[in-house]
Each structure stands twice: as C-alpha cells, then as structure tokens.
Design a protein around this ligand. Sequence first.
Ligand code: CP3
Length: 320
Amino acid sequence: MHSNFSKFLDALQSRNRGSFPIWLMRQAGRYLPEYRALREKHSLRDLFFTPKLAAEITLMPIERFGLDAAILFSDITAIAPAMGFSLDFQEGPKVSLNPTSQKLYTVKEDLSQFEPIQEAIGYIKQKSRLPLIGFCGAPFTIATYFMPNWKEVPQEIFIQFLDQIAHYCIFFLKKQIEAGVDAIQIFDSWANLLENREFEIYSLQYIQKIIQSIDVPSIVFMRGSSKNAEKIAQLNPSAISLDWEIPIHEVRKKVSLPLQGNLDPELLFLRPCEIRKKVRFIFDEMKGDPGLIVNLGHGILPNTPLESVYTLIDEIRKMG
Ligand code: CP3
C-alpha cells in the first residue's frame, strides 16, 4: 500500500509513484492564525523548549493542510544553550558571547538542554504516523548568527569555532534521530555569501561531515543550491533542496539525485488561478520524475494567505 507515511520517504529513494509528495519549509509559523494565538501567550524560547508546545506547533500545518511530512518545530539556533551560550529572540535569534575571546572554547556545555527537544519528538511520533523531519543549521549559517562579525575574526579562530559548532550539530541530529525523526535537513541558508575556496572549506566541507555522521536520509538546503547542485550532489546527500534561481527541470538534466523545491515563496501572493497555472507549468516539466518532492525554494513568508497554501496543495494532488 502506498500510504502517506512512505510517500515522502519513497521520493527520497527516487521511488515516486503517482503524485508528488509536498511539504513547505517553515510550514509551522506565523502565517498560521493558530500559531500566532499560541505565540501571544508564550515567548519563542518557551515554544521551542516546552515539549508539548513544540509538538503541538509541529502538527498544526499537518492538521490544517494534510502535508506529506512534518518538520520539527525548533530552530537552528536551538543548539546555543547546549553549547553554554544564552539564547534570546528579539528581532531574530541573539546569542551572547564574545567572539574574539578564547573563552568561547571553554564555556560549559550542557547537553541536557536537548532533552525537551527529544521529548517533543516523542510526543509528535505518538500523535502522528507521518514522517518527521529533524534538522540542524550548517555550521557556517549558525556562525553568522552566533558571531555576526565573523568576517573580522582571524580565519584560524573562525575555523575552530565552525569545528566546534559542527560537533554540536552532529550531536543535536543524533539526539533527534535517537528520539525518532525519519530524515534530516541541513539548512545552510547563508552559504550564498561564500565563494570558491571559502565556500568549500566553510560550507561544503562541514555539510559533508554532517552527512557522513548520520544514518537517516539527509536533505541539503542553501541559498544558491540550484546553481551549486552538482557540487552538493558530490557530498552524497539523499536529496537537494533547490532555490528558484534555475528552473528545476534544468537542474534535473545535471543531477540524478532526488530534488526538493523550488517554488518562489512570492508565488503564494498571486491569485488562486495564477498559482494553479504556474504550479502546473513548473511541474508538468517534471511529470513522471521518480525523485521530486514539491516545496518552496525558501521558507514560507509570514503573511502568506492560507487560501494560497490550500490552492497549491490541491493543484499538486490533482497532478497525480
Ligand atoms: O516549520 C519549520 O520549518 C520548522 C521550524 C523552523 C524554525 N526555524 C522556526 C522559527 C526551522 C526549520 C527554522 C530554521 C531556521 N532558523 C533557519 C534556516 C531556514 C531559513 O529560513 O533560512 C534560519 C536561518 C533560522 C534563524 C532564525 N530563526 C531567524 C533569522 C529568525 C527570525 C526571523 C524570522 O524568520 O522570524 C528565527 C525565528 C524563528 N524560527 C521563527 C520560527 C517559526 C519566528 C517565530 C516568531 O517570531 O514567532
């Protein structure tokens, strides 16, 4: 039987049959009124680290839309407390540390900070049989938040910091896998800031290390992923999550791995009939593709109309 459970995981093995699976990056977030209602009553930190709340939010978009995978409600900066840094969200995540001080490497780690996240995964798995995606940020993208002045930091120190972050990323993922996630996604959202050798050593090298350290299917996302798809494919992930810079059928000519993406998030601000037309135009080119997962090319925008999301999902379901 081709159950909902296997549809997403099958696509990660290039075994699509019938319609394409669909989920949306940042699907649990501010465009959902039920999320905003809960957010009014709690701080972001509480939402991320209270197991029942994190589980409830993870399942909000599933209950509303019937997507093919859930993604854990957490954040790439959620590793900060385990690393011994304080984490505060005010206009985006802020981490307290002194980036040029050697103290960076002697802060006291506290791995018990991952326990509420593991507990949240346990609740989600109890309540839903859908595949659950765990995730981490890639070290470079996390570093841009933890060390905003990274460009001024001596390269040697920066690399030590990236190594240290990579260690916690792998630990974070292993804890998520132990608790029951079925696949993971690595977000290197800011990798597009890097070029040539810096791209290799700050971004690709660490992504490869993370992929090699875990034993569930892995998806790699970055801004610039469609342009760099062949390089990312060499790291041997299970799939590449594409931005919309290059049409997906063009990327498919160069890469045989499963592909995820790659709709422009702004598409969801068009009228329903326009959304349907564009979605058909893009994915008709991929008809019969064995390894396609429909998604956006970056996170869903906070003021996206709900009706657009219903329309998108309906159109994809009709294509099968
Ligand atoms: O639904 C999901 O996708 C799961 C949850 C999730 C969040 N963050 C929740 C969140 C995921 C996968 C992330 C990843 C993340 N976090 C990335 C990589 C993906 C990307 O968008 O590029 C990055 C770069 C971050 C860092 C981050 N977290 C920023 C810059 C911000 C503030 C700006 C913003 O988008 O709101 C956050 C906060 C955050 N993380 C929110 C959510 C739902 C906003 C919550 C709120 O304000 O209520």
